[in-house]
Ligand binder design. Sequence first.
Ligand SMILES: C[S@@+](CC[C@H](N)C(=O)[O-])C[C@H]1O[C@@H](n2cnc3c(N)ncnc32)[C@H](O)[C@@H]1O
Length: 280
Amino acid sequence: MTLREWWQQQRQRAPELAAELDWLVRQVTGWDTLTLRWAGATGAEFLPQLQTLWHTYIQTRQPLQYLVGTTPWRDMDLQVAPGVLIPRPETERLVDVAVHWAKGWGLTTGHWVDLGIGSGAIALGLLRELPDIYVHGVDCSSTALQIAKNNAITLKLNTRLTLYQGDWFTPLEHRRGRLQAMVSNPPYIPTDLLPTLAPEVQYEPRLALDGGENGLVSLQYLVQTAPGYLAPGGLWCVETMSGQTQAVVALLQQQGGYQNIQVYRDWGGHDRIVVARWGG
Ligand SMILES: C[S@@+](CC[C@H](N)C(=O)[O-])C[C@H]1O[C@@H](n2cnc3c(N)ncnc32)[C@H](O)[C@@H]1O
């Protein structure tokens, strides 16, 4: 059987998983679907690996990214593994928004923090875009920190990243009042929604997803605590679940010291990112 024949057969068997199948084939072969359509008899050397991975996925619905061990994100290939959240395409927008305002507000040097760094996606995306910043990355998960470290080393960005294990801002007492920016994609899914998520998501760490009763527990903490750590004029930027941005804007307004509060949509058109400037 040729690779193309196998691919077409699997597509017919599970048309609802066509996007996942195409993703896997692309990751393993480096070919897009157009190349595959014209592949003829070539590519048979990839078949054993693809068959094993696809069979495991169909049987278990473990995320393909965990099975392959990497995921493309922005212009990087990031290591992922069980115990760390798979970075989502929507989060790429957070980096764009933070970079835009870092340039607009003159924050392209100095010390930044990525709270809940996970695989390192946001921090590493920022380090590539802003060559004069230094990032402090915090996570309570030692698995996440190990993977963030591996990714930073692979991308040769580890000299501008320090990792800390701890609870949000707690390891950063020494940076009080001196951070140029805080970025975070915290857990924000309401606890009672977790069982309704796709089978693949059930394999991801609950700690990375569970945002408490209304999903806003961590976001509220970040609104209230960041002022103690940001320098005057510092950037505050988070991702939320679709539908939460107005609640986050209200929390920022109630705090009283934030300025330039703005909401951005992800590429799917959903309000997902909130940015503000700490007035000091
Ligand atoms: C939604 S994931 C985001 C991961 C990564 N930044 C990304 O965007 O792909 C949230 C991260 O916050 C971490 N986290 C959860 N509670 C935390 C806490 N109290 N202190 C520090 N990190 C925490 C989780 O371990 C997880 O890595």
